[in-house]
Design a protein around this ligand. Structure first.
Ligand code: TYD
Length: 284
């Protein structure tokens, strides 16, 4: 059987590599919080602000194997919560080994739409499995790779629900297994996320995701800049190295200024599921 040969594919590494050269950012939030759109805009901004290669990816389904696991876990038959937890963890283990670690080792910015906190929020908060067990499972799966920054796009349940329905109606989509889990489930997911963020403010940024796409992107960028300050090239004109990078990107400018690969991705910014793994070149 032939594996598709993707640009970023490198042999899966079984040993730990040095990931400290890269920048690892995860985006988290409930269904309908706008993560996919924000991930796209953030990827464009990071390329311009850091001059680095940017990898945009997602869970589940950031690799070819992951796409198969995604199909099983999102659209397959009903399964026990432990089965669900193991499938997400399996997707994550492969994602980290095949894509995330090698990219970080190259010094890239990796932005993932969901990572291990999704498992704690959904499988523990939502499905009510033990939080520590779920976290430990993912830490084992990833050999303890944690993001440098995790952004929670926080939104109240009613707004998220309305966005989900609008998206489903516009795109003729059927809700998947998790989206069908009901309001109480999604309320538990939200509180689990907020508790995680509260427990580890050094890693988390909480952004109010109820505004427009532009407002949320601008808030995200200004909160992120201080966290990334040491990775941003110094500004020639300003005293504060972050000043030169404070300009947020609008969805239109992301599309207009993009390179070929970025255009394909940015053009999907309003869709629920952008190209799961895209490489953005550094801004020229
Ligand atoms: P997706 O269609 O990618 O939705 P979204 O755009 O909201 O990310 O579906 C991902 C779903 O999988 C979402 O409902 C959350 C769920 N999920 C888990 O339950 N556990 C996990 O570990 C991950 C990564 C996702």
């Amino acid at each position: 059987m032939h594996e598709p040969k993707w640009e970023w594919c490198t042999p899966v590494k079984s040993e730990k590599c040095d990931t400290s050269e890269g920048i690892f950012i995860s985006l988290e939030g409930g269904d309908g919080s706008g993560k996919s759109t924000q991930a796209t805009l953030l990827g464009q901004w990071c390329g311009e602000a850091t001059g680095r290669e940017v990898i945009l990816t997602r869970e589940p389904g950031g690799t070819a194997l992951g796409a198969q696991l995604r199909q099983l876990v999102q659209h397959g038959e009903d399964m026990a919560p432990r089965t669900e937890a193991l499938l997400y963890a399996a997707d994550r283990a492969h994602h980290v080994a095949a894509l995330i670690r090698p990219a970080l080792e190259r010094g890239a910015v990796v932005i993932t739409d969901r990572y291990l906190d999704s498992s704690v929020a959904y499988q523990s908060g939502g499905r009510e499995l033990g939080a520590q067990e779920i976290k430990d499972l993912s830490l084992w799966a990833t050999d303890s790779l944690l993001p440098d920054v995790t952004v929670l796009l926080d939104i109240d349940e009613a707004t998220a629900d309305a966005r989900r329905h609008a998206r489903e109606a516009a795109q003729g989509e059927e809700p998947d297994r998790l989206e069908r889990a009901g309001q109480e489930f999604h309320a538990r997911v939200r509180s689990a996320y907020r508790a995680l963020a509260q427990d580890d403010p050094a890693r988390w940024l909480v952004i109010d995701a109820s505004g427009t796409v532009e407002e949320v992107h601008a808030a995200l960028v200004s909160a992120l800049i201080p966290r990334l300050a040491s990775h941003l090239p110094a500004s020639p004109s300003a005293g504060d190295p972050a000043d030169a990078h404070a300009q947020a990107i609008t969805p239109d400018s992301a599309i207009a200024t993009a390179s070929g690969a970025t255009t394909a991705l940015a053009a999907t910014a309003d869709l629920a599921h952008p190209d799961p793994t895209a490489t953005l070149g550094p801004a020229s």
